[in-house]
Design a protein around this ligand. Structure first.
Ligand code: PLP
Length: 392
């Protein structure tokens, strides 16, 4: 069945403003159901959690539903879903509980800086997995010599946020686990672009952010609750010591958590399906990935055939995310030109600090990123290519 792109787009009020939203890798638009879920939560009355009155009970239920929804999205256990403001904040918090002086950590130059700096700043000895700057691949074999019995954590992305590379996380996990290390997988970019099965990936921790997949600005890290029981994060004396609550500092954005659940429900319903929510998510996200990759074929071929355009990375397994420069124009100039044509793209290093450094373009303004998400259609791609062609 073809992906029902018209019906999906109709869910997003913001898409009516005449812009081609190719900036989804930096954050997606939200469907009406998410917007309404958030305002309904406020309208219905919410309190802080753990109280004796109904508004507090409603917040308790919102938190529980959100954990269940995120667990369904990534194939995890709701009792191990840690919620917080964003992935970066949660990763800093977990890194402090997981590694320190005397340990070793392995980070990669493919990763967004949010899965690099929190680890390199723990005081642990740092080992680097190198990326091939031309293909954009992260060779697995190097991990055999990077991990040893002192390795506490291997931090790696499930997909690059600029060139889309999907490294072989499961193979890396096998090497990490053989050495007794834990896998911390950054799924912030990957989770928006296809089905996720954190267990199949061998992820001990899987991080994601709802604003990349049609939800509000909320982050989550999912782990086995039994593993979380072994960790003692910094926390207030007065806050709950239970799992996963002891990893969550301060008061949550309860209404936004209701929006996260609505976003997961939206993703599960993009294509009509049967079965439980997890099963519908797997089918719906697989259909969305197919839709994205079909359009991406047009996008990447179009860019590659334009004179003066350089496309970075040619990974074998990737998301529908392109990163390119145009000869004689800075990435910012290209983005400004496209913005005048009502085409939203991102420019710069996009926090892929190590990767843009390895590719030698970090100090020259990086490149332009145009990425597809489920709500993008052929006209978005055509408008991008026409706009870039005017400069090439
Ligand atoms: C791959 C990847 N990892 C991590 C992050 C950081 O996520 P957050 O904004 O939730 O801290 C991003 C954000 O762009 C990302 O794309």
């Amino acid at each position: 069945m073809p992906f029902p792109i018209k019906a999906v787009r109709a869910c997003y009020p913001a898409l009516n403003d005449g812009y081609a939203y190719l900036d989804g890798a930096a954050g997606t638009q939200t469907p009406r159901s998410v917007i309404e879920a958030i305002s309904d939560a406020y309208r219905g009355g919410i309190g802080n959690v753990g109280g004796a009155f109904p508004a507090s009970h409603r917040s308790d239920a919102i938190v529980a539903a959100c954990r269940a929804a995120v667990a369904d999205l990534v194939g995890g256990d709701p009792r191990g879903v840690i919620l917080g403001p964003n992935m970066t904040t949660l990763t800093y918090r977990l890194s402090r509980a997981l590694a320190g002086p005397g340990d070793e950590v392995v980070v990669s130059r493919l990763d967004h800086d949010a899965n690099v700096r929190p680890w390199t700043q723990t005081g642990a000895t740092v080992r680097w997995a190198e990326v091939d700057p031309v293909t954009g691949e992260l060779p697995v074999e190097q991990y055999a010599s990077l991990v040893n019995e002192r390795t506490r954590v291997v931090a790696v992305t499930a997909a690059s946020n600029i060139i889309g590379t999907r490294p072989d996380v499961a193979a890396i996990a096998e090497l990490a686990h053989r050495a007794g290390a834990l896998m911390y997988v950054d799924g912030v970019h990957a989770a928006a672009h296809g089905p996720v099965d954190m267990r199949a990936l061998g992820a001990d921790f899987y991080a994601t952010s709802a604003y990349k997949w049609s939800g509000p600005h909320v982050g989550a890290v999912v782990a086995d609750p039994a593993l979380l029981e072994t960790l003692r994060p910094d926390k207030l004396a007065s806050s709950p010591d239970t799992v996963p609550e002891r990893f969550e500092t301060g008061t949550a954005a309860f209404a936004d958590l209701e929006g996260v659940t609505a976003a997961v429900d939206h993703l599960a319903a993009m294509v009509p399906g049967t079965g439980n929510r997890r099963e519908r998510l797997l089918a719906s996200m697989a259909a969305a990935e197919e839709h994205e990759m079909e359009l991406f074929g047009v996008l990447i071929e179009g860019l590659e055939t334009l004179p003066g355009v350089t496309v970075y990375g040619k990974p074998a397994r990737r998301t529908a995310t392109a990163y390119f420069t145009v000869a004689g124009r800075t990435p910012r100039e290209v983005a400004e030109h496209l913005a005048r044509l009502r085409v939203n793209v991102w420019n710069g290093h996009n926090y892929a600090w190590e990767l843009t450094g390895a590719m030698g373009i970090r100090d020259t303004g990086g490149a332009v990123r145009a990425g597809l998400v489920p709500y993008n259609d052929r006209s978005d791609v055509d408008r991008l290519l026409e706009g870039v062609a005017q400069l090439a």
